[in-house]
Design a protein around this ligand. Structure first.
Ligand code: PLP
Length: 183
């Protein structure tokens, strides 16, 4: 139903080309060219050892590690010169990436009851997985090009709105252009 993600397919095929031709640089999916910094590698090793030795390999606090939330509080308080009681560790919840999942659920809700007719306007270029998410929600993507500076083209957006339009997806800062829209 969804078909292959063309960007992934391109990136994988280009990867093979890159391996045989050093002049090729694969910029398809933002893979870093630098090695992971040594400090990160060391910290990870240390954490693996500590968790094995101290038995800290089970479920932790659902809000995230206490020390991490305390350190974040200190970091933001000093970096942004906040008063001592402006924020506290309970204001932080540490999560893994979750925006794709929540967007997917939002699309499901938006398309509910539209019998496959609902439309979502997406400004192009766009983050590749959006189209699959809309299809999965039994909706239809309506792609509207941005202008030559990758800014929203209001006339084109207005022309794309129909009675079946459920929402306009605005992604700013934009992936892949990096463009930040003004209000
Ligand atoms: C615009 C955009 N949306 C969603 C995601 C995925 O985020 P997550 O890992 O939180 O699902 C990315 C990741 O690059 C992104 O650039």
């Amino acid at each position: 139903m969804l078909g292959a993600n063309p960007l992934r397919a391109f990136a994988m095929n280009f990867g093979k080309l890159e391996a045989s031709n050093p002049k090729c640089i694969n910029m398809a999916v933002g893979v870093p060219i630098d090695a992971t910094p040594a400090v990160v590698v060391e910290a990870k090793k240390e954490w693996v050892e500590l968790s094995a030795l101290q038995g800290k390999n089970g479920y932790g606090d659902p809000k995230g590690m206490d020390t991490l939330r305390h350190n974040l509080t200190e970091y933001y308080t000093s970096t942004y010169n906040l008063s001592a009681d402006a924020i506290n560790p309970d204001d932080f919840t540490i999560t893994t990436g979750g925006s794709s999942h929540s967007l997917s659920l939002s699309f499901e809700l938006l398309m509910r009851g539209s019998q496959g007719q609902g439309q979502l306007i997406i400004l192009a270029p766009f983050f590749g997985p959006y189209v699959g998410m809309v299809k999965l929600a039994n909706g239809n993507e309506v792609l509207v090009d941005t202008d030559k500076d990758f800014l929203p083209d209001l006339v084109a957006i207005e022309a794309a709105i129909t009675k079946d339009t459920k929402a306009i997806l605005i992604n700013s800062p934009n992936n892949p252009t990096g463009k930040v829209y003004s209000k």
